[in-house]
Design a protein around this ligand. Sequence first.
Ligand SMILES: [Zn+2]
Ligand SMILES: [Zn+2]
Length: 123
Amino acid sequence: MTIMLQTDPDHIAISKSKGIEIDWKDGHHSSYGTEYLRDWCPCASCTGSHGTEPRKKTTEAPASPFPMFTPKLKMLSIEPVGTYAMKISWSDGHNTGLYSWEHLREICPCETCKAAKQASQSR
Ligand SMILES: [Zn+2]
Ligand SMILES: [Zn+2]
């Protein structure tokens, strides 16, 4: 017997320089930019779960009037991990993040999901 998760992707479109788009089995659509995905890397060193400083989220930083030049972040490869996740290797050398479908659905940046998250955070 297999358990059907609500968070299973129906279709995934990958552009290594632009990001990932996912159509979910429940009809929801998510679109993630590369920087956004890198920012939300779920691995221990990026989230600071080993007691280390979490990696700063570039997409949440206030826009600087004098932006430093940073090379455009790209995905070098995306490998499926079982049936529940994918592993992304980044052009900045990072490759320990496993992006599970559940995590991806959780970080969906669309307005509907953002509003739902804010509602659950500020009761
Ligand atoms: Zn990471
Ligand atoms: Zn969403």
